[in-house]
Design a protein around this ligand. Structure first.
Ligand SMILES: [Ca+2]
Ligand SMILES: [Ca+2]
Length: 452
């Protein structure tokens, strides 16, 4: 009885600590490190900033040596650059930018994702955390939206990080009308990945009754749910799950390959049914393994809040939200272990740990400390046409500070890195439209874009 009481008290303390610490994403603290191979910043980082170039180099070496997958990616990068990119686009340096409202006549409560259907209709789909997807024509004067899907009745958005968090359209959406969502539900507290179908007589509405649940994962705490879903260039569905929550990963999910938590999954959702909800790609790193869940593509993640593939090079960028000290950008590779909770960024965790076993752990390509923000929001490698200085650069930001950075990564190391805006936005997510133009979602309920 005493044991049960003690466990209960511990649970309440952990839950309370987690609640108190969390705004949308995690906590603030006061140490500083900005890690880049080359940083140009109009607003210089605080004096205590240290550069840990070594860890970036280690990251590159690890990534290059770990698997053949990386070599393929590196080769692809080089090949693509020589064949399709113009010299002008490639050589423009990053420059300071501003943000402006992209759709001045629209405001939607707690937008968490923006995407398009890649179906030539040039519509924008906006995901609201409470459980709705809105659709509207991609025009700056747009003043109204239609409700594409409303599943507030089955979404639990009670927690700050809970709700409808992800949306992706099938790669053959034009033919099959399928799209996929990620949301949290309760009871029991869990993450749900489902397929829905667009209405046969209204392309701006989905069939609410068409839901086919593909995957459910139990959630021990309300925070760190991940929530990103997208298709890779290989046609498989990638799903991001956080460590389940609490603080410091109390159950060790990040390093536990027998749980789906703390991982990015890769599953095959083609030709699925109520009997076969998804299949495991044969080249998944743990396919057929008894020591790990075969859905896992990469692990050791705390809360991957937004990841994306570069549409030209195929490189897979993920932003992993830190605990108290470091926010990081990772290049995700097959079977990669990104260190949590042995490491936070390129440093041993907890901070009191003087040493830790870093072997086999892939450090980030860049990191920043909580002097510059408190919760990273991953973005995209810009492949649009309006912002020439950003072409080929990975753009990311911070939810708490509103800072937005851009970096160039050549498959081996970061070649350019700069804070391009210090905005006042609460950046919940980035998104791209059909033309590859980039948008920024803010919890002032507006949609922004970058301008020179
Ligand atoms: Ca959770
Ligand atoms: Ca990490």
């Amino acid at each position: 009885m005493k044991l049960i009481l003690a466990v209960t008290v511990l649970f309440i303390i952990v839950a309370a600590a987690s609640f108190l610490s969390g705004t949308l994403f995690p906590q603030t603290s006061n140490t500083v490190t900005l890690t880049t191979t080359r940083t140009t910043s109009a607003k210089p980082p605080p004096e205590t900033t240290t550069r840990t170039v070594t860890s970036t180099q280690q990251a590159t070496q690890t990534i290059t040596q770990t698997t053949t997958q990386t070599n393929l990616l590196t080769t692809t990068t080089t090949a693509t650059r020589t064949s399709t990119q113009t010299v002008a686009k490639q050589t423009l340096p990053l420059s300071k930018m501003n943000v402006e409202v992209a759709f001045p006549n629209l405001a939607s409560r707690r937008p968490v994702y923006l995407t398009h259907a890649d179906d030539s209709t040039n519509r924008i789909f906006l995901v609201l955390q409470a459980g709705q997807i809105l659709v509207f024509p991609n025009h700056p004067n747009t003043s109204s939206t239609e409700v594409f899907l409303d599943i507030r009745d089955r979404v639990n958005s009670a927690g700050n990080e809970e709700g409808l968090l992800g949306l992706v359209f099938d790669t053959k959406f034009k033919e099959n009308g399928f799209f996929y969502v990620y949301y949290t539900a309760s009871p029991p507290a869990r993450s749900v990945v489902s397929r829905f179908t667009v209405s046969s007589n209204n392309s701006n509405a989905a069939e609410k009754t068409s839901e086919l649940v593909l995957l459910e994962v139990a959630q021990p705490f309300s925070n760190h749910n991940g929530g990103n879903i997208l298709f890779g260039p290989d046609g498989y569905l990638y799903i991001g799950l956080g460590d389940g929550g609490g603080a410091g990963d109390p159950f060790g999910h990040g390093q536990n390959k027998n749980t789906l938590l703390g991982s990015i999954l890769r599953i095959d959702v083609r030709n699925v049914s109520r009997d076969v909800r998804y299949k495991i790609p044969v080249d998944n790193p743990f396919a057929g393994s008894k020591e790990a869940r075969p859905e896992i593509w990469a692990y050791g993640l705390r809360n991957p809040w937004r990841f994306s593939f570069d549409t030209e090079t195929g490189l897979f960028y993920a932003a992993d939200v830190g605990q108290n000290s470091y926010e990081e950008v990772d290049i995700i590779i097959r079977g990669g272990n990104y260190g949590w909770n042995i490491m936070e960024g390129a440093h041993c965790y907890p901070p009191s740990a003087t040493d830790c076993k870093k072997e086999g752990l892939i450090p980030p390509i860049v990191e920043y400390t909580h002097n510059l923000g408190c919760s990273i929001t991953g973005g995209y490698v810009y492949r649009g046409s309006k912002l020439s200085s950003l072409y080929g650069a990975y753009v990311y930001g911070d939810f708490c500070s509103g800072r937005i950075w851009a970096l160039r990564y050549d498959g081996k190391g970061v070649t350019e890195h700069m804070e391009i805006v210090d905005s006042n936005l609460q950046i919940s997510s980035f998104g791209v439209d059909q033309q590859g133009e980039l948008y920024i979602l803010s919890f002032d309920n507006k949609i922004y874009r970058l301008v020179p």
